[in-house]
Unconditional design. Structure first.
Length: 89
């Protein structure tokens, strides 16, 4: 329950400016940390949000940061660029 509450409060923060892509309807974010009651399974094997057009900010902005994206990156339509770390010699 704590992750869901944290996600709700952090949804008031802006989305990382490096995020690219768009929602592809995979539904993975709707299963964190438990399945959303508005997530409906479709005959094509995908899942869809029953309230997509009026979904709350914590859903609308997900993934707001790279850390959130890391939990769903296998299927998510959003992307964050690779972080390049340069070592000083």
């Amino acid at each position: 329950m704590i992750p869901k509450i944290k996600r709700t409060f952090t949804s008031l923060l802006p989305v990382d400016k490096n995020r690219t892509g768009e929602c592809n309807g995979c539904g993975d974010c709707c299963k964190l940390p438990f399945r959303c009651v508005f997530l409906k399974d479709m005959p094509d094997g995908l899942s869809r949000c029953a309230i997509y057009n009026v979904r709350p900010p914590n859903c609308r902005k997900f993934p707001r940061s790279r850390a959130q994206w890391e939990t769903v990156k296998e299927n998510c339509g959003f992307h964050f660029p690779e972080i390049k770390v340069e070592l000083k010699q």
